[in-house]
Design a binder for this molecule. Structure first.
Ligand code: MN
Ligand code: MN
Length: 286
């Protein structure tokens, strides 16, 4: 660990590890307020809040071997961030480790998805936004372009967004709109139905789940760069992770912004949802 503390329970070396954790302190394309670069430190610190076990998953969960790589460098240009993240993520993905990334802003998901072969993964996001612009504020690697870049790599049949409630005209008025379920329909018909729709839509078996924390309602996750009312509740997100279940091969949490999170509650929720993904991973090793 070059910087600060490692994630709670991350005591393994690289080789025997089931799980590979990386902090990506990048927030240079953020459009409204920056500060997400501080999130890996705060989420790691928040990870010490919790019991080692989450009893609702059963007491016989195998113990995961977790390796925390620490943080990658924080380059200025988005192109350099892409290369930096690939440098750290290519190997654990090729080695079939379960990867957990802590942003940073949502653009960090672009290089992670590009590390996978096209047939090896589908991307499901939890996000208030569709993030499907071709370019934003002069870059194709903006956090507003995550889904467009992912769809270019995996195909539109391997991406799906849950909890969306803010979409621009330019994203809706095109032939290849990214498939999504709104937070409004989730509230009305239930999260199970939306997750089923997402899982039936994507073609590739394995799923990478990317949580933009603004997908959750700002009442629960106020500390984020672009808060958007009418969001999912944390229990919805817990259910999403569990419904993906054995298909889950990687998880990230992005857009946590500690300077906008004076009580630290957003980092605590981020850490707890990482733990949820880890519990689901442990279950699939049972
Ligand atoms: Mn968002
Ligand atoms: Mn996003």
């Amino acid at each position: 660990m070059p910087y600060g503390i490692s994630y709670a329970g991350a005591e393994s070396e690289y080789d025997p590890a089931d799980v590979y954790i990386l902090g990506i302190p990048y927030d240079r394309t953020s459009s409204f307020r920056s500060g997400a670069r501080e999130a890996p430190f705060h989420i790691r610190r928040a990870s010490y809040n919790f019991e080692e076990i989450h009893f609702e998953h059963g007491l016989d969960l195998p113990r995961l071997e977790i390796f925390d790589q620490g943080n990658c460098e924080d380059p200025f240009l988005p192109e350099d961030m892409i290369e930096e993240v690939k440098f750290y993520m290519e190997r654990p993905i090729a080695d079939k480790k379960f990867t957990v990334a802590m942003g940073g802003e949502h653009s960090i998901t672009i290089p992670i998805i590009q590390c996978f072969k096209k047939k090896d993964v589908s991307l499901i996001t939890i996000d208030a936004h569709l993030d499907s612009r071709d370019e934003y504020l002069g870059t194709k690697y903006s956090h507003a372009c995550v889904m467009r870049r992912a769809a270019e790599h995996l195909g539109i049949n391997n991406v799906f967004a849950l909890g969306v409630r803010a979409i621009s005209r330019e994203e809706l008025e095109r032939d290849d709109v990214i498939p999504y379920a709104t937070s409004f329909e989730i509230k009305e018909k239930g999260i199970e139905k939306a997750v089923k729709k997402a899982l039936e839509h994507v073609r590739n078996e394995k799923i990478y789940l990317s949580l933009d924390i603004d997908g959750i309602d700002p009442a629960y996750a106020p500390g984020t760069g672009t808060p958007e009312p009418f969001g999912l509740d944390p229990m919805d997100v817990k259910k999403i992770i569990n419904m993906v279940g054995e298909r889950l091969i990687g998880f990230d949490v992005t857009e946590v912004c500690p300077p906008a999170d004076p009580t630290g509650i957003t980092s605590i929720l981020a850490a707890r949802l990482i733990n949820e993904a880890l519990a689901v991973r442990a279950k699939s090793l049972r």
